[in-house]
Design a protein around this ligand. Structure first.
Ligand SMILES: [Zn+2]
Length: 431
């Protein structure tokens, strides 16, 4: 395939660039740069026939037949595919149709940049087309239209306020929930397209400025004050916790059971100074009940971590949880017993085996499992997606929904004068 590639493309001599950068002021940025992949040793791009490949000097090649192009970074800094040397890049790919990568298809153009850590793949496309790939990635396209429109306006507002967040990596937003989920053109549905189109250009403002439109899957019954989740965040008055009366979600209650060995390993990897983990203690909760401080007590010390750190450490859906450590009896280890003690691969099995050997007075109780029971999914700040669905089913409009979750705000057409708000709080985890 690679060997054949040089046959499929030809040096492009008579192409005049058609991309026109308009200087006229428009209600929205024309284009947005979305980071699809970073630090990759290679990238396999699926390019339709007619795709034009440009260097910073201009168009250089055109793909004659649809092809899978495996790009790698050579030691001299050049981007190569088989025998074809594309130079140092960046390379721009503009197709007559969708461009493909990693099983997904995308509107707009691809840009591949060679960086010290590897290859970066950027999807540059029309801003509203980007939203068409975000809304169905964030919510179910079969939900009521007013919930989809609320998501479209929140996603538009969030993206505008976060443009340039990944500037140092060469793009505006990433395609994961770190910013907001984006799955490209293959995810588009008629309903979510309509939600984007029907609200085109509309954003959420507070006192005339764009808001930081955080959203999450399910609040578990009550959304959260922003600074309760991220202590360093600006305590915007529009990001106050509100009851979530209509939310009915698959995450109304969830349960996670972790082997104590798994818990130990996670804690030891992140906090190696603690020694063997002895217990976990919830020290503080927010006003809505979310865990804000958890203490990990080890044999050699203890550490207090915040709710988001707990979520990351144990892979929990939310910080709205209670936990219980399950103990099992195991024997006090005495030297003369050691030779006779059964050994099993799991602590639980070992504990059971030991308990059959020794009298009750010889046992102590050691942790074997951590059970966490919680509600909701996500950080709990701003719009609750499942709550918005419930409100839409009750007949509320998308404007009602947005003004409920973002108190004191307005929904209006975006104007450049609305300017970008202060740098939003670090999200840095699943929404
Ligand atoms: Zn991001």
């Amino acid at each position: 395939m690679i060997r054949g590639f040089s046959i499929l493309i030809f040096v492009f001599l008579f192409f005049s660039p058609t991309r026109v950068v308009s200087a006229s002021s428009r209600p929205l940025p024309e284009r947005v740069k979305i980071g699809l992949a970073t630090a990759r040793p290679s990238l396999v791009l699926n390019l339709p026939a007619g795709t034009v490949i440009s260097t910073p000097e201009g168009p250089r090649w055109q793909v004659e037949l649809q092809t899978g192009l495996t790009l790698t970074g050579r030691n001299d800094g050049h981007l190569v595919a088989g025998e074809t040397d594309f130079g140092p890049g960046p390379l721009r790919f503009a197709g007559p149709g969708f461009l493909g990568w990693n099983g997904r298809v995308y509107r707009g153009e691809f840009v591949v940049v060679r960086r010290p850590e590897g290859l970066t793949l950027i999807n540059e496309l029309a801003f509203e087309d980007y939203l068409r790939g975000v809304v169905p990635a964030e919510v179910d396209p079969t939900w009521p239209m007013e919930a989809l429109k609320a998501q479209a306006v929140a996603a538009r507002t969030f993206a505008l306020a976060r443009l340039g967040y990944h500037q140092r990596e060469g793009f505006d937003l990433c395609a994961s929930v770190h910013c907001q989920a984006y799955l490209g053109a293959g995810a588009e549905r008629a309903t979510t397209d309509a939600a984007v189109l029907d609200t085109v250009g509309q954003v959420i403002t507070f006192q005339g400025r764009l808001i930081s439109a955080y959203f999450h899957a399910a609040s578990g019954g009550h959304t959260e004050d922003v600074e309760a989740v991220w202590p360093t965040a600006t305590p915007f008055t529009y990001l106050r916790g509100v009851p979530d009366p209509a939310e009915v979600s698959p995450y109304d209650e969830w349960r996670v059971e972790l082997d104590w060995s798994t818990v130990q390993a996670a804690v030891a990897a992140k906090y190696p100074g603690l020694g063997r983990l002895v217990s976990l203690v919830i020290l503080h909760r927010t006003a809505t009940g979310r865990v804000s401080t958890l203490e990990l007590v080890g044999e050699k010390g203890q550490v207090q971590i915040n709710g988001q750190e707990v979520r990351t450490l144990f892979g929990l859906r939310s910080t709205l949880f209670s936990l219980e450590v399950v103990h099992a009896p195991v024997p006090l280890v005495r030297g003369e017993d050691l030779a006779h003690l059964p050994v099993h691969p799991s602590p639980a099995a070992t504990a059971v085996a030991w308990s059959t050997l020794l009298a009750a007075e010889d046992r102590e109780f050691l942790p074997i499992q951590l059970v966490v029971v919680g509600r909701g999914w996500g950080h709990g700040v701003g719009l609750s997606q499942w709550g918005a669905k419930g409100l839409a089913e009750q007949g509320y409009t998308y404007i009602d929904i947005l003004k409920y979750y973002y108190q004191g705000t307005e929904v209006e057409d975006w104007r450049p004068s609305q300017d970008i708000p202060p740098v939003p709080a670090e999200k840095g985890e699943a929404s």
